[in-house]
Design a protein around this ligand. Sequence first.
Ligand code: ZN
Length: 198
Amino acid sequence: MEYYGSHISRLIEALNGLPGIGVKSAQRLAFHIVGMPKEQVKNLAEALVSARENVHYCRECCTLTDEELCPICRSEKRNHRQIMVVENSRDLAAYEKTGRYDGVYHVLQGAISPMLGIGPSDIRLKELMQRLQGDVEEVIIATNPSLEGETTATYISKLVKPTGIRVTRIASGVPVGGDIENIDEVTLERALMGRVEL
Ligand code: ZN
C-alpha cells in the first residue's frame, strides 16, 4: 500500500487489525477519517484512548465497567443470589434489554474452545467459583448455543453441581423464521429437549 503514503498506510493497517474490518473497509474508513474535520478526529482518538485507560473488569462479575463495581453489582434491587453466566458484556447487555431478569451476572470473557486453545483457566471461571462460596441459590448458564458455549456450559455444571447450588440452562431453540434444515443439531436437540406442552 506504498502508493498511499506512509501515514495513510499506517492508519489502514491499524484499522485492518480490528475484528471484522477487512482491507477494503479499512481503506474506506481511513479515507473517511482523513476527510473529517480535525476536531472530530481528535475527539475520536481521545475517546479511544480514554476508553482503553478507564474501562476495566468489575471486581464482582468481570463485566467491563468504569467503576470498581458495575451498576448491576452495586444495585440493591437486584437478586444477588441468582447469577446468570454469560460469555461477554454484549450478551449481558442483550439480556438487560429484555428487562425480564433481576438477578446478577457473571461474565466469563470467553468460552472454552479446545480448537482455539482456550481452556477453562483462560476464562473467568475461578472468579465464578469464588462467588459461589457466598449466598447463592441458582446459577443460570446462558452461554451461546454453539459448540464452545455448550462445552463451557457442561464444564460449569459439573463444577457447580457438587456445591448443591441449583444449576439451570436457558432454553434455546429454533429461531423464529429459521429454517430447520439449516440449523445445526445442537440447537435442534436443545429445541427438542426444551419442548413445552401445547
Ligand atoms: Zn459487576
